[in-house]
Design a binder for this molecule. Sequence first.
Ligand SMILES: [Zn+2]
Length: 289
Amino acid sequence: MFVDLFVRGLIMMIFVSGSVVISYYTTRLIAYLVPIARISEILLWSGTVIISAALLMGIAYYYVYHGFGIQTDIIRRRPSAGNKVVLTFDDGPSREYTPDILKVLAEKGVKATFFMVGSHVEKYPGIAKQIIEEGHEAGNHTYGHITVPNSPPPQLAAQIMRTNLVILQTTGAYPQYLRPPRGLYDMRMRRIAKLLGQELVLWSLSSQDWQSRASKASITRRVVERAKGGDIILFHDSGSLLSSEGANRKPTVEALGPIIDGLRARGLEIATTQEFMEYPAEQSRRLSV
Ligand SMILES: [Zn+2]
């Protein structure tokens, strides 16, 4: 277990220092090409930090939204689903916001998928039950909203299996889907998902409702303007950037109705994750793990 974590830490350090070195020489090259007489040390290191951060963020973005190599076992979108899109909610259930979200979904006749945190299901079993009773689908979002690649193997397996059990015992439904917190997965999680008969479902469009400055208008505009057929759209009914509970999700609740109307006005149909699974994946070759 410690060897595993040591190797992971070492890989991360090599990765970060590699990008710092690349950024340092890129800054020097820019300084050489742009005719500034002499670049100061401060400018050189500021440039290095900015380029490193951009490089690492770009790699992280690619890893979450595309992945490296063939990843037909990870579902981010389903272009073959035509004009259909799926709505998903992470980090709940929450006592403050999930009931209001369920109300809007019922009023609009829409079914969604809730990627629930196991400990939150234990805290609010009645709301978790209501989600399933009202015809929505359950997904597993780990027991304590862990960072998957950093988790020791026994902890990772326990986090996933315990949440499956909690959701099953509380709601009577076995979660068919698994979504890693912050979209950070690894090969171990992909293998566990396969073993437990669960699909790894990420997303292709984030409402960015976790941002502190997100408003009803900004969330609505972003989702309605950007959504295209085949998208899996990410919202949150709990959670904040750093913790899995506690942020203000009022803008998400208020934006939901206008978003559903806006998507329908654009000719998009709101489907369930299960319906999406019936459409073929982009590549027919499955990754053997
Ligand atoms: Zn989350």
